[in-house]
Write a protein that binds this ligand. Structure first.
Ligand code: C2E
Ligand code: CA
Ligand code: CA
Ligand code: CA
Length: 283
């Protein structure tokens, strides 16, 4: 038994060792990727249910690795956060997407009833860093994008980790004219009172609740509550991860006006969005 335990320990150790090596290799790769700008932005349309048309996009980063192909953010964001590379990655997406959406507005603006909006994800680690404000200011100035079109998405934990700092940063972002959006709403550790305390414009109901609305009464109750709360607080609510007609039917019945999910569109390349917009699917 003792021998067995020993060898298991060895295997475990070897595994940890391999994992550490892989992580180190990934970190080296990620540093190089930042230097060489190996990132691309995918744009997932947000659909306005009143018109059934695209009213904005969420920018989602992709890493085009020279050997491994496209790597999704789930496989490198946490490493980017641990290594501080996230500041450069978030900023790359911010700069690229502001310029891209400005171009779409200019090219297709005459077809639009509303201003085409852009949602950008800012890591909780990045949020609250003094550089964020100047990066956002710079991206807006350089692109000429109307600040009103920019939504900065942050999670509840980014707010709650340091509420006093968060409140200040939100105010500064708002003073630039940008909007603030709570991402993955309902999954974090927070109290509802912060919706009132912080100057928030948009709330995105997390996919896990949308997933449940087909059969799960708790999810239904939560989604309903968020919509009625949103209405009384004057918030814009976006349902994320809408995948089925049944989910859509439930949401429409609850007065939902904005949706994002595979039922409508997957994240698209800029070229695919060009085609979509040229086809007139915007509003
Ligand atoms: P998120 O901000 O919650 O973004 C939505 C994610 O859900 C995206 O995954 C999107 O492709 C996926 N999604 C959208 N609709 C559906 C659906 O109907 N069903 C399902 N199953 N999934 C759907 P993605 O692109 O892999 O991004 C994952 C996460 O990585 C994002 O979650 C966000 O937290 C983070 N992320 C992405 N881009 C950036 C970035 O530029 N900066 C930072 N800091 N984080 C980013
Ligand atoms: Ca997001
Ligand atoms: Ca989300
Ligand atoms: Ca998320």
């Amino acid at each position: 038994a003792k021998e067995h335990g020993k060898s298991r320990f060895k295997v475990f150790n070897q595994k940890m060792h391999d994992q550490a090596l892989r992580l180190m290799a990934l970190e080296t790769d990620l540093r190089r990727a930042v230097d060489l700008r190996e990132f691309e932005v995918a744009y997932q349309p947000i659909v306005c249910l009143d018109t059934r048309r695209v009213c904005g996009f969420e920018a989602l980063v992709r890493w085009r690795h020279p050997e491994h192909g496209v790597i999704l953010p789930g496989d490198f964001i946490s490493l980017a956060e641990d290594t501080g590379l996230i500041y450069a990655i978030d900023n790359f997406v911010l700069v690229a997407a502001c310029a891209q959406v400005k171009l779409w507005q200019t090219t297709f603006g005459h077809l639009m009833g509303e201003l085409l909006t852009l949602n950008i994800n800012i890591s909780g680690k990045h949020f609250g860093q003094p550089m964020l404000l100047s990066q956002v200011t710079r991206a807006l100035d350089d692109s000429g994008l109307n600040p009103q079109a920019l939504n900065i998405e942050i999670t509840e934990s980014a707010l709650m980790d340091n509420p006093a700092v968060a409140e200040e940063v939100l105010k500064q972002l708002k003073s630039l004219g940008a909007k603030v959006c709570i991402d993955d709403f309902g999954t974090g550790y927070s109290s509802l009172s912060y919706l009132q305390r912080f100057p928030i414009d948009v709330v995105k109901v997390d996919r896990s609740f949308i997933d449940g609305v087909e059969g799960n009464l708790d999810s239904q109750a939560i989604v309903r509550t968020v919509f009625s709360l949103g209405e009384s607080l004057g918030l814009k609510i976006v349902a994320e991860g809408v995948e089925t007609p049944a989910q859509l039917a439930f949401l429409e019945n609850e007065g939902c006006r904005y949706v994002q999910g595979f039922l409508f569109y997957r994240p698209l390349s800029a070229t695919e969005v060009d085609e979509l917009l040229a086809g007139g699917s915007i509003g």
